[in-house]
Design a protein around this ligand. Structure first.
Ligand SMILES: [Ca+2]
Ligand SMILES: [Ca+2]
Length: 264
């Protein structure tokens, strides 16, 4: 809002509304209400303010197809959680992620793409009811387990939103949970840190996901259709350092682009 007022003041001082500033002002107002924004507005926001932080079209192959060789700075947990079994595979120009049967944790395939406010667009395809998660983390955040900040999860019938930082991964809440606090106690502490939105997605079909993080609001659109949002303080954490695809079955991703909206 401070930024909005500053832009408005500059515009008024000039005695005329510069078109670009006016568009920006309008967008800030519209996006500010979060849930009513359309994906077209998000796309205009990207054009007006977005700085591309990372993109990957996965149009390449491994040098040795028996190994995980995503290159370009990708990191997976296959060594630690699946005894080195390959779980991330470049194939036919996209990335296929499959949890190994003996893995003791869902697959995480992550890449640094730091922003405070930002937009992620990525094509995805799910193959089972476990779906796919898009997780935002800051390893330097010491008040949250594993630096988990926030998350959008997609299953065939539901999209879920989570503020992990001040919710289920808040170390104080997590300690209570691990110490045996009742479900009711934990639910009372975290109930405002989740949001759910019904969807009806087909298995085996490609969709385009758009995720917007702006201040303390996390929103999503699938194929341009609003798919829910969550407003919660943890989402406003100053740096979402990396984004991770989280998969417990099989899911595919392609054409990933991540923009920062943080300005200069
Ligand atoms: Ca491959
Ligand atoms: Ca591709």
């Amino acid at each position: 809002m401070i930024q909005t007022l500053a832009v408005l003041q500059v515009s008024l001082r000039n005695g005329r509304m510069h078109a670009k500033l006016w568009i920006r002002f309008t967008l800030v107002l519209v996006i500010g209400v979060g849930a009513t924004a359309s994906v077209e507005e998000v796309n205009r926001l990207i054009l007006a303010e977005g700085k591309l932080v990372f993109e990957d079209d996965f149009d390449r192959s491994e040098r040795d197809d028996s190994k995980e060789q995503l290159d370009r700075g990708w990191v997976t947990n296959s060594e630690k959680r699946a005894a080195g079994t390959k779980q991330a595979d470049l194939q036919d120009g996209y990335l296929r992620i499959t949890m190994a049967p003996h893995a003791n944790h869902g697959v995480s395939v992550r890449h640094d793409a730091p922003f405070d406010d930002g937009v992620v667009q990525v094509r995805f395809r799910i193959h089972d009811n476990k779906g796919i998660g898009f997780n935002f983390n800051d390893p330097n955040c010491k008040v949250s387990h594993a630096g988990h900040i926030c998350h959008v999860g997609v299953k065939p019938k539901q999209v879920d939103f989570r503020d992990g930082k001040t919710g289920i991964f808040d170390l104080k809440i997590r300690e209570k949970r691990l110490a045996g606090a009742s479900k009711e106690v934990i639910n009372a502490l975290t109930k405002d840190k989740f949001a759910y939105h019904d969807v009806d997605l087909d298995l085996g079909r490609w969709y385009e996901m758009t995720i917007l993080i702006r201040d303390d609001v996390l929103s999503a659109w699938i194929d341009g259709i609003y798919a829910g949002s969550l407003k919660s303080e943890g989402i406003d954490h100053s740096v979402k350092q990396n984004m991770a695809f989280a998969v417990s079955g099989t899911a595919d991703v392609d054409d990933l682009r991540i923009w920062s909206l943080d300005g200069d």
